[in-house]
Design a protein around this ligand. Structure first.
Ligand SMILES: Cc1ncc(COP(=O)(O)O)c(C=O)c1O
Length: 442
């Protein structure tokens, strides 16, 4: 078969795949990349497609300790071939894991309620906060996503077709030193952002709803990992508590070492009342959780029989324990910190050569690179960001994009990422940026 025929039959196979998918899953089930990828295997920081082509994974934060880590797969197989059962029986693995998990946190985060997804964890955290405070109001940011249940979908603007927020939800502008709201002077940004929290709480009180919780991600991951004004998060916590509300940190993305600290709240230097966990907790296996003070859990459970059929079953806990062990044994938190710093400095170097790189920021191995058409006007380079992401994929490197203007490269690999991996990413990004500039005649 000649090369043209080979390409044609590959294209025909992809078209068949896509039409079968549309028929079975419906139209608009989301897919990455202009030409979607058909992946068949993963190992460490690499993914392989159906043709055996290797890709460097610089996007996936769920397989935090690397794709198909043998210790995690081993723990799963062993427990799955021994016993799997729901959580209304005694099982030591569940308690061992809850104990080891809470031992990595501060003393006020002492009891765990297990769920299967981050959405469920946030949903449960809202129920807990509303019950603990007797209030209904929830504050979130204006460009956020915390999951897909009805209650958390009421908070979102991302991914939900721009539908309005729920009746008991108020949003505030997310903190962003690079792109604050127009006409805000840069010297009092923190006070301005905090004033929007005060206003939202005032309104809830006037409406008779009161404040139940402020729910934010401590690194504002879905907002595009903006640089946050110093003192902002502590200010949020102080204000919420002073007005009778709780602070929930959604650590579904920031947890388990991603930031170069074990927890996003440690990175931020602020202790919340509740944290929610998910994604990397099971390295791909569906386990998630709410962690909060034992008194808060006791009070909630006294009134509500919360039961989650699959949440925290022995197999999930064995997997999650193995993930925790690997993070500790392989010193992955330190790795995220060191390789993250190395990568950010390399990106800083690229920024000197490529004017399109407006801002490079983010903690540990979660880096946002904001692309702009012009560094002084900061006009978002949305189309070029799409091109860069697709061209990186064509060169076997998987990244993605995010942000209200879809102009922020999302660089968020498994935290086993090495300096050699970082070099490969930097060299390829350098080439792709030069190519995009050439294509555009810039
Ligand atoms: C910050 C954050 N919270 C919660 C969720 C929802 O998690 P899940 O998809 O496991 O329900 C997501 C998912 O992307 C997320 O990014």
């Amino acid at each position: 078969m000649g090369p043209d025929k080979g390409i044609k039959s590959e294209q025909a196979a992809l078209a068949d795949f896509l039409s079968r998918r549309e028929r079975l899953l419906g139209k608009n089930a989301p897919l990455f990349y202009d030409t979607p990828l058909h992946l068949v295997r993963g190992e460490g920081v690499h993914l392989y497609d159906a043709q055996g082509i290797q890709y460097l994974d610089v996007y996936n934060n769920v397989p935090n300790v690397g794709h198909c880590h043998p210790k995690v797969v081993g723990a799963l197989t062993q427990q799955a071939s021994t016993l799997n059962i729901h959580t209304r029986y005694l099982h030591h693995a569940i308690l061992d894991y809850a104990e080891n998990l809470t031992n990595t946190m501060c003393s006020s985060l002492s009891s765990v309620m297990f769920t299967c997804t981050g959405s469920e964890a946030n949903d449960l955290a809202l129920r807990i906060a509303r019950q603990a405070t007797g209030s209904l109001g929830v504050i979130c940011t204006d460009e956020t996503y915390h999951g897909n249940t009805t209650a958390v979908d009421e908070l979102a603007t991302l991914f939900n077709g721009g539908k309005p927020r729920g009746p008991h939800v108020k949003s505030v502008p997310f903190p962003d030193m690079y792109r604050p709201p127009e006409h805000w002077p840069s010297d009092d940004l923190c006070d301005r952002y905090l004033a929007s929290i005060d206003r939202a709480i005032d309104e809830f009180e006037e409406e008779g709803l009161g404040l139940a919780a402020v729910l934010v991600c401590p690194i504002f991951a879905n907002e595009g990992v903006p640089t946050v004004p110093l003192g902002y998060l502590q200010g949020v916590v102080d204000r919420a508590r002073a007005r009778g509300g709780l602070v929930i940190f959604d650590e579904v993305q920031s947890g388990f070492g991603r930031t170069g600290s074990m927890w996003g709240y440690e990175y931020a230097g602020v202790i919340p009342d509740i944290v929610t966990l998910g994604k990397p907790m099971g390295n791909g296996h569906p386990i998630a959780a709410v962690v909060t003070a034992t008194d808060i859990v006791n009070d909630f459970r006294e009134k509500v029989m919360y039961f989650n059929t699959f949440g925290g079953n022995p197999v999930s806990c064995a997997v999650a324990q193995a993930v925790l062990d690997v993070i500790q044994e392989e010193q992955l938190v330190k790795n995220a910190q060191e390789v993250g710093a190395y990568l950010r400095s390399g990106l800083g170097g690229l920024q000197q050569r490529h004017d399109i790189l407006g801002d490079v920021r983010g903690p540990g191995l979660f880096i946002g690179v904001e692309l702009v058409c012009d560094k002084s006007t900061k006009q978002p380079a949305t189309e070029m960001t799409r091109l860069v992401v697709n061209k990186m994929k064509d060169r076997r490197i998987l990244i993605s994009k995010i942000g209200r203007f879809d102009n922020i490269l999302k660089i968020r690999p498994p935290i086993i990422f090495s300096k050699e991996n970082a070099d490969q990413l930097l060299e390829t990004l350098d080439e792709v940026l030069a190519e995009v500039r050439r294509d555009r005649g810039m």
